[in-house]
Design a protein around this ligand. Sequence first.
Ligand code: MG
Length: 376
Amino acid sequence: MKNIIILGSTGSIGVQTLEVVEKLSDKFNIKALACGNNIELLKEQIKKFKPEFVCIKDKNKINDIKKEFNNIEIYYGEEGLIKLAQIPDYDILVSATNGIVSVRATLEAIKNKKTVALANKETLVMAGDIVIKEARKNNTDILPIDSEHSAILQCLGKINNPFAKRLWITASGGPFLNNTREEMKKFTVKEALNHPRWSMGKKITVDCATLVNKGLEVIEAHHLYDFDYENIKVVIHPQSIVHSFVEFNDGSFLAQMGVPSMHIPIQYALSYPNRFKGIKSDSFSPFNQKLEFFEPDYEKFPLLKLTIECGKEKGIMPAILNAANEAAVYKFLRGEISFLDIEKIVTKEIEKTNNIQDPGIDEIFEADRLIREKLA
Ligand code: MG
């Protein structure tokens, strides 16, 4: 029996992680749950999974939970997430919050020598060098909850495979794959949220439409698997059946296939290196599948290139890009700017930034804060 802590239990990944845990309740137990503001859903989760600890965003809501569940320990805020990560007796921390709130807690779990199942993008994008260094020092695994990085891990077989030569990260291409730049100017929020293959949160769905998401995944792959950027390729694959592939020294390519569902990468991160019968067993048939692969159009999607460039520059550049992009995406979602204004805002911020090499975690957070304040 493995004990699990979920940061972000009421979000899309958190809910699906609990579905996996429920299906495999003989193998996994919920030790603690943390969420933001969705207290009603959290209460349902507490009833069903009986955690010993929970953490919520707002201190004022603690009594609301205490009334119904009096023998549960309740923390709050970012400090509360850190306290959860420091609990001595658990096995896996699932880091699945949006944004930067769980970055320090995730680092704390690594220092506590716990396995991290990582869905949160900011952790490796903003602080990849620091996080990976800490993971190596403490000999802990960071297992990805993302279809592409999970596919790569499954093809590699182990995190460091000396015979692997290149990583090929697949991208569906998003809803605007076949549109011109002229057409993209007029795209509405509704159109950008109409992702052809995956159902996800709003922010990440817009990031799929700009292909920023794929650039961020290249940065994460660089950190997770220690590959140079030159040896990480993006390949457009509209069907989202192949979730990524690895090219080996001898010319062999190994790919991982399956239905586009987060249940599989979530379950693999929890069960690694084992495989269990789960929710999505028997969900895919290779018969009558058409698989296409194209080179991405970097001119049509300039943010893909810019995101990877920021990854190569290291320092605070990935954090600046991430913060500027997030602020711009929320402006777009609020109807304040057009779709193509997202890239204008991000590009302008990147051009104005003086990089800091080898920043500490506080410097990274400060760079992030300044951009968010400016673009709020
Ligand atoms: Mg992905």
